[in-house]
Design a protein around this ligand. Structure first.
Ligand code: PMP
Length: 402
């Protein structure tokens, strides 16, 4: 569509045009029902069948094992900061009714502003002791920047924590765990406490379905808001291992805190994610995106595409860095594929960069307000051509500035 510009925003973010066109039709008439998708009952057979298909699309593409449920809810990643704590504390309480609350630990791997926020929410809720397993700032050159994934030697997990939390991709800071197991920036699975059922929780909000999820079956909970890679805002996707779907009311009788009914994973599971009115439109659009993704070739296709896109942008940042125009913000080996962050050096240079990009129809490049600089978000819907357009512009800009 010629009226559209390229949106490199961090979320909500670009969606495929073909999906938007299809969704526009569905808004008027959903699957020939004569009723628009935003108007149809969430209990209608057409819509419930659609939801089951969204679930199947996720299961197939991520190869979710039968040990895990795929659930849908609302409230975004932020609501899950709370929900994971409450559900995992309830689970722990049922497993260990005699452990005093003060001895219950929750391990947080802090690699950026989102995992920091998650740890703060766990602290707020109480019910256990929050332990920071590692704080990436301590491993930065400045001692205060989230610019790296700490080396494996920096982790100290508790013996039997109620949960172990990490954020796979830090959207603001642009750091991400490497999927190369040989890399020191990979998640240290081999150091996890040897529970038969690991309480490992991962925030995949900004990297969900951009590539396969390593060790998916070893996770207790994986969650993501849809609004980066797979759909509009309003839908939260959960992958929860069956043993983490617990009777939260029975846990209360063992001394756990009550869990609001809409935050309980058991509520979502028992109702097949339809306890209350879901985000019907967001689920619909996400379904359309996921269908398209499967047609394109699924996770293997997106992994190859996203790798190529990220490498192209990091390459030009490197060129700009060698010419004193750009400065990468993230340590080599810890770079995110989804959010590439760098500074533009010199007086007024950042503004010149952003203005030039805007003139060429590229937006959403301003870094998060807490850290500044430039952030290029390369979610699934950003094409190789759009990425090349940005890379080309970066080369031009480097030329102009030197
Ligand atoms: N975690 C991460 C990694 C995120 O990027 C975000 C949103 N940008 C959140 C959590 C919070 O998600 P939401 O806005 O959907 O609550």
């Amino acid at each position: 569509s010629p009226s559209r510009i390229t949106n490199f925003g961090a979320g909500p973010s670009a969606l495929p045009v073909s999906v938007l066109e299809e969704a526009a039709k569905g808004l008027l008439n959903f699957q020939g029902t004569g009723i628009g998708i935003a108007e149809i009952s969430h209990r209608s057979s057409e819509f419930t069948a659609f939801v089951r298909n969204v679930e199947a699309l996720i299961r197939r593409q991520l190869r979710v094992p039968p040990t895990h449920a795929v659930l849908f809810t609302q409230g975004g990643g932020s609501a899950q900061f709370s929900a994971v704590v409450m559900n995992m504390l309830a689970r722990y309480r049922l497993l260990h009714p005699d452990v005093p609350t003060g001895d219950v630990t929750m391990d947080y791997v802090v690699t950026g502003s989102w995992s920091k926020k998650a740890a703060e929410e766990a602290e707020r809720l109480g019910g256990g002791q929050v332990r920071i397993v590692t704080d990436a700032r301590k491993h930065s050159v400045s001692g205060k920047a989230f610019d790296n994934i700490p080396p494996h030697s920096a982790y100290a997990f508790s013996k039997d924590p109620a949960l172990i939390y990490y954020c796979e991709n830090e959207t603001v800071d642009g750091v991400e765990f490497s999927h190369d197991v040989a890399s020191s920036s990979s998640f240290p699975y081999h150091l996890l406490p040897e529970n038969t059922l690991s309480p490992l929780v991962a925030d995949y909000s900004s990297s969900f379905m951009c590539r396969p999820i390593p060790r998916l079956g070893d996770h207790a909970i994986i969650y993501a808001g849809a609004q980066k890679n797979v759909g509009p805002a309003g839908l939260t996707i959960l992958i929860v291992r069956q043993d983490c779907i617990v009777d939260v009311d029975a846990a209360v009788r063992c001394g756990a805190a009550p869990v609001p009914i809409t935050l309980s994973y058991k509520t979502l599971f028992d109702s097949k994610s339809l306890y209350n009115t879901p985000s019907v439109l967001a689920l619909y659009m996400t379904g359309l995106v996921l269908e398209r993704m499967e047609t394109m070739g699924g996770m293997e296709y997106y992994e190859a595409l996203n790798k190529k896109k990220a490498e192209a942008v990091y390459e030009v940042v490197k060129v700009g860095s060698s010419r004193g125009v750009f400065k990468p913000k993230v340590k080599e080996g810890s770079e995110s594929w989804m959010n590439v962050v760098f500074d533009v050096i010199g007086d007024g240079a950042e503004k010149r960069f952003l203005d030039g990009a805007a003139q060429r129809g590229m937006s959403g490049l301003k870094g998060h307000r807490s850290v500044g600089g430039i952030r290029v978000s390369l979610y699934n819907a950003i094409t190789e051509e759009q990425t090349q357009q940005l890379v080309q512009y970066c080369h031009e800009f480097i030329g102009q500035e030197t």
